[in-house]
Design a protein. Structure first.
Length: 470
C-alpha cells in the first residue's frame, strides 16, 4: 500500500495548485450533495457537474504524471502495473462510483448513466494529459452544439431518455482509455530525436523532462516526412551553393539550414498551406457567421506568428551540447564572432514571422470580407516586424527558467496586442501617411533598439554548451 499511497500523492508533489483546487471542487460537490438530501434535483445535478469538471482537470494532471512514470525502466520495479491498477481503482471510486451512487439516491437518473458520463469525462482528461489527440474530440461536440444549438438541445434530451446512452458512453470511455494508456504501457524503442528548433510540433519534441514520447499518428508521420524532405533539399542546395561560391552569405545560409531546418522556402509554403486548410475548415464549421470585429483577425495573426519565439528560447537551451560541434566546425577567432554568427543566423526568423502574419491576415481578410483590409495589413506588418525583433531579443538573452520565460512571453504578447490596437486606431484617426508613418517610426525604432542592445549583450556573453537542468 505504500507504493499506491506514493502514486496517489504524485499530483500533490508535481502540481500542488491543481491538486488543491480540484480537491476543493470535490469537497464542494460533496457539501452540495448534503444540501440536496431533501430531493432537490437541481442541486444534485450541480454537484454532478462540479464532479465532472473537477474530474476532468484532475485526470489531465494524472495523464501528465503517467507520462513521466511510465518509462521503460519503471516496468522493472516489482508489481508496477499492479500498483498502477490499485491507484486507478481508488480514482475510479472517488470520481465515478461514489458520486454516481450518491446522486442516484438523491433522485437523479440511474447510477449507471451518471457513472458512464463521469467515466467519459475522466477518460477525456486523461487522454489530454497523456498528449493524445483523442481527448480533443470533445471540442467537436462543442463546435457542433454552437453551430446548431436547437438540434443539440433535442439530442441532449433524447440522450437522457435513451437506454443506449450509458452503454455508448461506456464504450467511448473504454476506447479513449485504450488509445491513451496502451502506448504508455508498451515498451519499445524511441523514435529518432528531431531538431528542437523545428517549426512544426509533429509529436517528436520531448519537453517533459525525459518522459517517454508517444508514438506519432500516421498523419503526423506523413507530414513530418514531407517537412524532412524539404529540409534535406534545402540543406543540399545550401551545400551546393557554398561549394561553388564559399562566401560569407552562403556560409550563413548553410548555418541557417542546420539550425532552422523548417524555415526554408518550401517548408514555409507547406506550413502556410496546412494552417490555411485547418483555419478555413474551422471557419466554415464554427464561425460561419461574422459576429466579431474583423480587425481581430490581424491581431490574432500577429500573436500566432510570435509563438515561434518561445520555442526558440527552449530549443536553444536544448541544443547547447550540439552547438559545441558547430563551434568547433566554424572555428571562430573570438567567442564574440561565434555569438554574432548565431545571432545573424537567427535573425531570419523576423522576416519569416512577418510573412506568416501577412499570409494569415490575408486569409482572414478573404474569409471575413474585412471592410478595411489595407489598414489591417499595414498595422500587421509594422507591429509584427517590431514585435518579432523584440521577441527574438528577449528570448535570446532572457531568463532560462520556465517561469521567467513564460512571464517574458506574456509581457511581449500583451505589449504587442496593445501596440496593434493602438496603431490600428492611430492609422484610422490620422490616415495612412501621418498615422502609419508615426507608428512606423515609434514601433520600429523601439524594436531595432532592443534588438541591437540584445545583440551586443549576446556577443558579450561566453558560449555555453552545458545541457540545461531538467
Amino acid at each position: 500500500m505504500k507504493a499506491v499511497w506514493q502514486l496517489w500523492l504524485q499530483p500533490w508533489k508535481k502540481v500542488p495548485v491543481l491538486a488543491v483546487l480540484v480537491s476543493l471542487i470535490w469537497l464542494g460537490a460533496m457539501v452540495t450533495f448534503c444540501f440536496a438530501a431533501s430531493h432537490q434535483v437541481k442541486l444534485s445535478a450541480l454537484a454532478v457537474g462540479m464532479i465532472a469538471f473537477g474530474s476532468w482537470f484532475w485526470h489531465v494532471g494524472q495523464g501528465q504524471i503517467l507520462r513521466e512514470l511510465c518509462r521503460p525502466e519503471s516496468f522493472l520495479m516489482p508489481y508496477f502495473t499492479r500498483r498502477l491498477a490499485c491507484a486507478a481503482a481508488i480514482n475510479l471510486t472517488q470520481w465515478v462510483l461514489l458520486p454516481a451512487c450518491i446522486s442516484s439516491l438523491l433522485g437523479l437518473p440511474p447510477a449507471w448513466l451518471i457513472a458512464a458520463a463521469l467515466l467519459c469525462a475522466a477518460a477525456l482528461g486523461l487522454a489530454i494529459g497523456c498528449g493524445r489527440r483523442a481527448g480533443l474530440l470533445i471540442w467537436l461536440l462543442f463546435i457542433g452544439a454552437g453551430w446548431m444549438p436547437q438540434l443539440a438541445a433535442q439530442a441532449w434530451y433524447a440522450a437522457l431518455n435513451s437506454p443506449l446512452t450509458a452503454p455508448l458512453l461506456l464504450l467511448i470511455a473504454i476506447l479513449i482509455l485504450h488509445i491513451s494508456l496502451r502506448p504508455l504501457l508498451r515498451i519499445d524503442d524511441r523514435e529518432t530525436e528531431a531538431s528542437p528548433l523545428e517549426s512544426m510540433n509533429l509529436g517528436r519534441t520531448n519537453d517533459t523532462g525525459g518522459a517517454p514520447r508517444l508514438p506519432r499518428s500516421a498523419f503526423n508521420k506523413r507530414i513530418g516526412s514531407l517537412f524532412d524532405h524539404t529540409s534535406q533539399w534545402a540543406l543540399d542546395q545550401a551545400l551546393h551553393s557554398y561549394r561553388q561560391r564559399p562566401g560569407s552569405a552562403q556560409r550563413l545560409t548553410l548555418i541557417r539550414r542546420l539550425l532552422l531546418p523548417h524555415d526554408n522556402p518550401l517548408a514555409i509554403a507547406l506550413r502556410l498551406a496546412l494552417v490555411a486548410c485547418f483555419v478555413t475548415i474551422y471557419f466554415f464549421a464554427a464561425i460561419h457567421r461574422q459576429h466579431f470585429n474583423a480587425a481581430v483577425v490581424g491581431a490574432y495573426a500577429t500573436m500566432l506568428a510570435l509563438t515561434r519565439f518561445p520555442q526558440l528560447g527552449r530549443g536553444m537551451q536544448r541544443m547547447r551540447p550540439n552547438l559545441a560541434d558547430l563551434y568547433l566546425t566554424l572555428a571562430p577567432t573570438t567567442q564574440a564572432q561565434y555569438q554574432k554568427t548565431l545571432a545573424d543566423a537567427l535573425l531570419i526568423l523576423v522576416p519569416v514571422s512577418v510573412l506568416t502574419a501577412v499570409a494569415y491576415t490575408l486569409l482572414g481578410i478573404v474569409l471575413v470580407h474585412a471592410a478595411e483590409p489595407v489598414q489591417m495589413l499595414t498595422t500587421t506588418i509594422i507591429v509584427t516586424t517590431a514585435a518579432s525583433l523584440v521577441a527574438l531579443a528577449v528570448h535570446l538573452i532572457g531568463p532560462e527558467g520556465s517561469f521567467g520565460r513564460g512571464l517574458v512571453n506574456v509581457v511581449v504578447i500583451f505589449g504587442t496586442m496593445a501596440t496593434y490596437w493602438g496603431g490600428y486606431w492611430l492609422i484610422g484617426a490620422l490616415g495612412y501617411v501621418f498615422g502609419g508613418g508615426l507608428m512606423l517610426i515609434i514601433a520600429l525604432s523601439f524594436g531595432i533598439s532592443v534588438w541591437f542592445a540584445a545583440q551586443r549583450e549576446y556577443q558579450r556573453r561566453r558560449p555555453c554548451f552545458d545541457a540545461p537542468v531538467a
